[in-house]
Design a protein around this ligand. Structure first.
Ligand code: ZN
Length: 286
């Protein structure tokens, strides 16, 4: 994840962290936090064409500073391993899904092509959501349990392959393991909207977009819809896209804070552990 270095961001962090960042360029003297912040911004982002980012890759755990000069937009991929942060990757996919919806709005298209474009937009949106929740869960669990050792992110991610396929189960998992109740955060109507679009993704992928008895049982749709193509409208998919920010507003700070806490633990506690170990070695055996 990339964090743009601004005075607001730096003021929100601990003095030790700010001091550590300042020390990357030169040895920080005993200065106040605001002087250190000025020093960092002067060193790395002295004018409006330069943007300085502090980054920590959730996947390869590489830490560093990236300065971009005159480049529009922010960095997305890790400069070391090439992995994108799940939120950045999600945003790219949603903008592509949005493009499919725009294409489906073309009045000259036949109904089969329109349905196909909307179905693929739903598959892209829901699969991206599933991956976003699963990766967020794996990153946060990894950051809680492994501070210095080898990351277990991939293990957690692989082990939870089947636990984020359904929106209701995703909610139960986040509520139980993270203390976050997505349903109460976004409200019942939006929860039903996302549950419905997850069910539609399932039927598109697993049953050639044709409604079966299982779909009727799960969603409560009319039995008259059996064996018919799952209905999708442009306004419905646009509505889902417009509500995605509700979920990002929950996941973005959760992920950002977990990663910053992990970084600060690795940077700030590590010397203390080394000191403690050194002291322990000096203690003579009785
Ligand atoms: Zn990386």
């Amino acid at each position: 994840m990339y964090y743009l270095l601004t005075a607001t961001f730096l003021r929100s962090r601990s003095k030790q962290f700010v001091k550590w960042l300042a020390s990357l360029k030169s040895s920080p003297l005993q200065k106040s936090t605001s002087d250190l912040i000025k020093k960092i911004l002067t060193n790395f982002a002295p004018d409006i064409n330069r943007k300085a980012y502090f980054f920590f890759c959730e996947f390869c755990r590489q830490t560093g500073l990236l300065v971009s000069i005159g480049v529009p937009g922010g960095p997305v991929f890790c400069v070391s391993c090439g992995e994108a942060s799940p939120i950045d990757s999600f945003r790219v996919n949603i903008s592509r899904a949005n493009r499919l919806v725009v294409l489906a709005s073309n009045a000259e298209l036949d109904s089969e092509t329109k349905s196909l474009l909307l179905e693929q937009a739903v598959v892209m949106i829901v699969t991206s959501l599933e991956i976003l929740f699963r990766k967020t869960y794996a990153i946060i669990q990894d950051s809680k349990h492994v501070i210095y050792g080898e990351s277990i992110l991939t293990n957690i991610y692989n082990e939870t392959r089947n636990e984020f396929l359904n929106f209701g189960v995703t909610n139960v998992k986040f509520k139980r393991d993270m203390g976050i109740n997505i349903k109460s955060e976004i409200g019942d109507a939006n929860f039903r909207l996302f549950s419905s679009v997850y069910s539609k993704r399932h039927i598109i992928i697993h049953n050639a977009s044709t409604i079966d008895n299982e779909y009727i049982d799960q969603t409560g749709c009319s039995k008259n819809m059996l064996k018919k193509r799952v209905p999708l409208t442009i306004s419905e998919v646009e509505n889902v896209i417009s509500k995605l920010d509700l979920l990002l507003d929950i996941l973005n700070p959760l992920l950002g804070i977990s990663i910053l806490n992990l970084i600060e633990s690795r940077i700030l506690i590590s010397p203390r552990i080394k000191t403690a170990k050194a002291k322990k070695e000096k203690i003579p055996t009785p």
